[in-house]
Design a protein around this ligand. Structure first.
Ligand SMILES: Cc1cc2nc3c(=O)[nH]c(=O)nc-3n(C[C@H](O)[C@H](O)[C@H](O)COP(=O)(O)OP(=O)(O)OC[C@H]3O[C@@H](n4cnc5c(N)ncnc54)[C@H](O)[C@@H]3O)c2cc1C
Length: 92
């Protein structure tokens, strides 16, 4: 039986992570991306990856060590404080 091949539409974080997981498991894939290059449109800032979602996918992709090396620990925590000192938003 021949090895299945996969076409992935879109080279966003989802498509790239899926491609990596497929490759990690010995499967071939081709990514098709509409944008010409990374400057085609504005990019976001720090990637916000949660433990039970994005980070789990990176573990499956064998990229978690690289993620830890380049991530900012605790960057997911956010606190908004009003000008009078009261905490408006506190998220860990
Ligand atoms: C303005 C903005 C700012 C953001 N900032 C942040 C941030 O700072 N931090 C953060 O963590 N998240 C941010 N996000 C959210 C983040 O972008 C998404 O959660 C993430 O990109 C989703 O990944 P994805 O792979 O599912 O989709 P996408 O990143 O949207 O990737 C889909 C890709 O598919 C391509 N595509 C679409 N149609 C086709 C087609 N027919 N053929 C080929 N290719 C196609 C698109 O060009 C795109 O590259 C932001 C979102 C927006 C809109």
């Amino acid at each position: 039986m021949s090895t299945p091949r996969f076409a992935i539409i879109g080279a966003g974080p989802g498509g790239l992570t899926l491609a990596r997981i497929l490759q990690h498991n010995g499967m071939q894939c081709t990514i098709f991306e509409l944008d010409q290059n990374r400057s085609t449109r504005d990019q976001g800032a720090i990637v916000d990856l949660h433990r039970q979602m994005g980070q789990l996918a990176l573990r499956e992709a064998g990229l978690f060590d690289d993620f830890q090396e380049h991530s900012l620990p605790g960057a997911e925590a956010m606190k908004l404080i009003k000008s009078d000192g009261r905490v408006f938003w506190d998220e860990e």
